[in-house]
Design a protein around this ligand. Structure first.
Ligand code: PMV
Length: 344
């Protein structure tokens, strides 16, 4: 292309899995299918400025929250190397990557999903600037495909509101990219809420790269991968019928199973903190006392995602503020809800 320079900007959201991805093969191919809610407020905003250059090396700078950042470089270098066969212009330009999150850094909220999907979208927009024209649905598929190569779960952050990744018999799906969930969704699950309780903002004890590897030779791996298929099938019926109680059973069981896998791997890890368990017990007690449809899920860490229907928002936020926030680091929590996906 003759184009010398330009810039593009995308925001991409985080996502929270209902059925968890844990375990992968070569090339970021998942061992089991997963499905997630796309979030709305927790986002990464990335601007990429590209400038034509003469040499043939991969070249980029990363600015995080306006400061030159060396810590992110290796991950992005690996990402560029993985995607260059699909993005032939990568060596012809220098890229200035300016990125920031709407949630505080080191909040313990993984920014890899939103960060890698925002970057993938920017690179794809640059490819379009340089003359390649993609239809909308192909654009999203390729963006998700590229994001997957940055961080597996990032492929579920391109679209909303529910996204499936990983081949399975129950939904339209692929191992190579996330697909907007095509099944029926009852109004009970529209605009579902996710309040993230920040129990531990420290560095992750186990990186997800290490975590996925723990599923190699794991004594329960085979059963776990089969269970994820069953849970996706069951969830499909539940999403259509609006059955909250059945939804809660699957979502909480998935969270605890993820942590059970880490407790029963070799080496083994406990990623929950005492406050994680305090919160879970209080959620269970509140549900028993009030017949609320509140439930929790967890990522590979100590923070708790509190999920609930929009119609219970006021009463549950009151409960969170009165009874749960004291278990968070510096009383910190983030209120979010299901979102529609990335935005130019
Ligand atoms: O995308 P990764 O490789 O960081 O894996 C994240 C996996 C979990 O967040 C624990 C579960 C999931 O499906 O998002």
């Amino acid at each position: 292309s003759n184009i010398k320079s330009g810039s593009v900007k995308w925001s991409a959201p985080s996502n929270i899995a209902l059925v968890k991805y844990w375990g992968k093969k070569e090339n970021q191919i998942p061992e089991n299918p997963s499905i997630s809610f796309t979030l709305s407020n927790c986002k990464t905003i990335t601007e990429v400025t590209y400038t034509k250059k003469e040499d043939n090396a991969l070249s980029f700078d990363v600015f995080f929250e306006d400061k030159l950042n060396e810590a992110f470089k290796p991950k992005i270098q690996t990402f560029f190397e993985r995607i260059e066969t699909y993005m032939p212009f990568l060596r012809d330009y220098h890229f200035k990557i300016e990125t920031s999150n709407t949630f505080p850094h080191s909040s313990g909220i993984a920014s890899s999903a939103s960060g890698m999907s925002a970057l993938a979208l920017c690179l794809l927009s640059i490819e379009e600037d340089l003359g390649v024209d993609y239809a909308d649905d192909y654009f999203n598929k390729k963006a998700s495909f590229l994001a997957r190569l940055g961080s597996g779960s990032a492929c579920r952050s391109i679209e909303g509101e529910l996204v499936v990744w990983g081949q399975n018999k129950s939904t339209e799906s692929s191992d190579l990219f996330g697909i907007k969930y095509d099944g029926e969704v009852h109004s009970n699950f529209k605009n579902y809420q996710d309040t993230i309780l920040l129990v531990d903002k420290g560095e992750k004890q186990v990186s997800s790269t290490v975590g996925h590897k723990l599923m190699f030779g794991h004594p329960f791996a085979k059963e776990r991968f089969a269970q994820a298929h069953d849970n996706i099938a069951d969830l499909k019926a539940i999403l259509a019928s609006g059955d909250f109680k059945a939804f809660i059973k699957i979502v909480e069981s998935e969270a605890l199973t993820l942590h059970a896998m880490m407790m029963t791997s070799m080496p083994y890890f406990i990623l929950m903190k005492p406050n994680t368990l305090e919160i879970i017990n209080k959620i269970w007690k509140f549900r028993e006392d009030t017949n609320s449809n509140i439930c929790f899920t967890l990522d590979a860490g100590a923070n708790v995602h509190v999920l609930y229907p929009e119609m219970e928002k006021d009463i549950i936020l009151q409960f969170i503020k009165n009874d749960l926030v004291s278990h968070c680091q510096n009383d910190h929590f983030i209120s979010d809800s299901i979102g529609k996906g990335a935005q130019l």
